[in-house]
Design a protein. Structure first.
Length: 278
């Protein structure tokens, strides 16, 4: 009996069929899958060690000058006979904004400085001497399209600091496709304002749909970064996009960055505490 088993064992050792089958198990498809899995593990490991997670505040904003509006007027009575510019138009010193007439003549009204026209009297309106014909927000030419106002809630206000990075995407563009323009927080208003006060100031009704009614909001001032006369974008294909005064934008303010491994360690610690009942 022992000789029979020994014979079978020797035959098994001499049989190379199973050894020939082994390379077939590791087929090219399997090797491809294993290679992909290894690559994914390497990428995930690299992200866990060197990656960061952004903590952010989201808000809606409008490209708009920071300056206080100043009236444009004339020292006599008259009637608006022609309006030359619309709301939100950027103008230079001496640009005509409307024509007026009185009993003596027709006169062109010009702006006294660079800025943005935010309101004008309608065509045919009669006015008195010294009454504002238009309102002008002073703004240097190099800041056109770069100053932005956004509004946050009280809960988000205390997460913000001067100098934090801002990512702004025009409301008519998808962030996933077009990316965002870089900016930074340059001012934070700690006195609350309301939806009605915001609309009254900037004369931009579409912004009303973004600002909650009846809830105090806080103004945050943002300046978008400039490079070679244009904005600095996260995507190369967006570099030709211009953002004019009055443009509505979706805003993300980066309040904090934290390493991924720290977040994971914190999550594990919290899970252990929860399980242990501490």
């Amino acid at each position: 009996m022992a000789e029979i088993f020994n014979k079978e064992a020797l035959e098994a050792l001499d049989d190379h069929s199973e050894a020939e089958e082994m390379p077939r198990v590791a087929s090219p498809k399997l090797r491809l899958v294993l290679g992909a899995m290894v690559a994914m593990i390497v990428v995930v490991g690299y992200w866990c060690v060197f990656g960061t997670i952004n903590y952010k505040v989201t808000a809606q904003g409008v490209v708009f000058p920071f300056g206080e509006a100043a009236p444009v007027s004339v020292p006599y009575d008259g009637v608006v006979s022609r309006v030359l510019l619309t709301h939100g138009t950027t103008v230079s010193n001496g640009t005509p904004i409307m024509e007026i007439r009185n009993t003596l003549s027709t006169t062109s009204v010009q702006v006294p400085r660079n800025g943005v026209v935010i309101q004008t009297l309608p065509l045919g309106t009669e006015f008195k001497a010294g009454q504002p014909l238009a309102w002008l927000l002073p703004q240097d030419r190099q800041m056109t399209g770069r100053e932005m106002l956004c509004y946050v809630t009280y809960n988000d206000l205390h997460k913000l600091k001067i100098g934090q990075q801002v990512q702004a995407t025009p409301a008519n563009l998808e962030r996933e496709n077009w990316g965002y323009a870089y900016g930074k927080v340059v001012g934070i208003e700690y006195y609350p304002t309301t939806r009605q006060e915001i609309i009254s100031r900037i004369k931009l009704d579409p912004l009303a749909s973004f600002v909650p009614d009846g809830q105090p909001m806080y103004e945050v001032r943002v300046v978008l970064e400039d490079q070679d006369g244009g904005l600095v974008w996260s995507r190369e294909k967006s570099r030709e996009i211009t953002v004019g005064n009055g443009a509505l934008c979706n805003i993300q303010i980066i309040t904090r960055k934290k390493a991924v491994w720290r977040v994971l360690v914190g999550a594990v610690d919290n899970a252990i505490e929860t399980i242990s009942g501490n």
